[in-house]
Design a protein around this ligand. Structure first.
Ligand code: PMP
Length: 379
């Protein structure tokens, strides 16, 4: 049977060049980068090179602005908790949006329990925040605005440069979660103007369990973990060396191959056009300002889980609803915030294309999905 992977927003297959770069760090290059001897120093040089590659991929002014973490989740936690720990004497108000990833939303909820005030900006039917509402939400005691660069479920891209302009006038830090954008659209911290930015290797054909937080020089941030001197004491603990090497390689490839996304967005548009021909199917997310690989549609009169299982049986790996809440049957908080009904949010289908997606894959989907929908609706 044909097997088609259309869940690249969840994770991507590791690229062969990335794996090749990592392998020596599981055997001959095993030294601890903090050791003073040759075994350690040799590995430290490679970690520094990877840091340079990641810094270059996001346009950071210096590799010292990159702090490696265990992934996007930890980077988001470090950005938010790290800033509030450093600035809590200045204020206790944070601004985010209703459609953030749980790594941000749940962190903000934990802060609310500690007495911080969190404003969750609403979004329009396409998933975009309103800049006027943002402006009005900033108060004297606002210390951080954390807004995702693009949404993982519906692919909507937020106007981060505009957010930064508004925030800078009031002297408020801006953090953005770029986990879904790196490798898909240009990500340049200096052009965006953000103070903090989260990225993750496994979304860009790199290894799982490694990511980074970009922290602009001079930004006040406290560590959440205590221990040795690694990552300039902001994130102590022996580094995930092989992971970091793979991340560096993946980040370099991602920026060099940004042009591939033109091909991917053409396939995305073909898939969207074909799916919208099915009766009672609606596109979710912004029609234009969306990630090149993201397709998200609501299919009325169908249960999301039944659809996913049926598609899996036809060899199509897709995702639905709360894409990042494994095992949850709850409808997506993203779609509900965009004004979809409980029922419609439940029947959503997310197909995310990647480097390996071919025209034949899309043709197969456009043959199989309408058949499956028809079958489920007639049951
Ligand atoms: N933020 C966003 C927008 C994501 O899509 C994800 C992964 N689903 C994360 C954060 C978490 O990243 P990681 O899996 O590396 O912890």
């Amino acid at each position: 049977m044909r097997r088609i992977y259309l869940d690249h927003a969840a994770t991507t297959p590791i690229s062969p060049k990335v794996l090749e770069a990592m392998l020596p760090f599981y055997n001959e290059l095993f030294g601890n980068p903090s050791s003073i001897h040759g075994f350690g120093r040799e590995v430290a040089i490679h970690v520094d090179k990877a840091r340079e590659k990641v810094a270059k991929a996001i346009g950071a002014a210096s590799p010292q602005e990159i702090y490696f973490t265990s992934g996007g989740t930890e980077a988001d936690n470090l950005a938010i908790f790290g800033v509030i720990e450093a600035l809590q004497n200045k204020g206790k108000h944070i601004i985010t949006s209703a459609i953030e990833h749980h790594a941000v939303l749940d962190t903000c909820e934990a802060l609310e329990k500690k007495g911080f005030e969190v404003t969750k900006l609403p979004v329009d039917e396409n998933g975009v925040i309103d800049l006027e509402v943002l402006k009005k939400s900033i108060k004297d005691d606002t210390i951080l605005i954390t807004l995702m660069h693009a949404n993982n479920e519906v692919g909507t891209i937020q106007p981060i440069e505009e957010v930064v302009k508004i925030a800078k006038e009031k002297g408020v830090y801006v953090h953005t979660d770029s986990v879904q954008t790196l490798g898909s659209i240009p990500v340049n911290v200096q052009e965006l103007g953000v103070d903090l930015l989260s990225i993750s290797a496994h979304k860009i054909y790199g290894p799982k369990g490694v990511g980074a937080l970009y922290v602009k020089k001079g930004t006040k941030l406290k560590s959440l973990v205590f221990g040795g001197g690694q990552e300039r004491k902001i994130r102590p603990g022996t580094e995930n060396v092989a992971g970091i090497i793979g991340f560096g390689e993946a980040a370099e490839i991602a920026t060099l191959s940004l042009a591939d996304n033109e091909r991917i967005s053409k396939l995305r548009d073909k898939l969207i056009e074909g799916l919208l021909k099915i009766e009672d199917v609606k596109l979710n997310g912004h029609p234009i300002n969306r990630l090149p690989g993201n397709v998200n549609v609501s299919i009325e009169y169908i249960e999301g889980e039944a659809l996913l299982l049926s598609l899996d049986m036809e060899g199509i790996a897709a995702s639905s609803g709360s894409a990042c809440t494994s095992g949850s049957l709850d409808p997506s908080h993203v779609l509900m915030s965009m004004g979809l009904s409980h029922q419609t949010a439940h029947g959503s289908l997310r197909l995310t294309l990647g480097k390996g997606t071919t025209e034949e894959d899309i043709d197969y989907c456009l043959k199989v999905i309408p058949e499956v929908v028809h079958r489920l609706r007639s049951m």
